[in-house]
Design a protein around this ligand. Sequence first.
Ligand code: SF4
Length: 216
Amino acid sequence: MAENLTQKKARALEVIKIFSAEYGDADCTLDYQDPLQLLIATQLAAQCTDARVNLVTPALFEKYKTARDFAEADEAELSALIRSTGFYRNKTKNIIACGKKLVADFDSEVPKTMEELLSLPGVGRKTANLVLGDCFGIPGIVVDTHAGRLARRMGFTKNTDPYKVELDLLKIIPTEQQSMFCHQLVFHGRKYCDARRPQCGECPVRDICPKVDVKL
Ligand code: SF4
């Protein structure tokens, strides 16, 4: 029989309990010092690993410290610094445009609402939710490919569209745990629930995970 919402919520709480014991100190895996740095680092992380981004950002943030610095950046110089993160031409254009918008419309500060964040070039819901949760303590669900895969395997959503996954998780993950849960999903994906070879036999949530579409 299909699991109803109440049952799903109860199971999600069990998963959160286990995750909190396993990954109590889970955190954003991008290095940053302030909201602007997280905003930029998250844009660089599109189609790239956080580890690679963390290799690039020290020199980048040494050179560009404020929204105005990014707004006035020379395209070729900025490109050269972020080239190894892939799709660097688009990323360069978006980061410069984002800097300009921050200067023009937000007094060079990173805004604190979803709507305002989404108005910035190159910023989608994933980035906005991450910045809101980690920099401003405003809970939200951050859905990237990994979080989406895990949520589907764990039977918390059937959707592949990230926004629909976000809406499904919002219904079952308590508000105050949402940001941490998403970090824990990333840690869990790395440790046990790899895209190609999930280690279900060793996984601490194996008894309450339906393992949807996992070939054992
Ligand atoms: S039991 Fe398997 S599919 Fe479920 S979370 Fe663990 S590793 Fe992933």
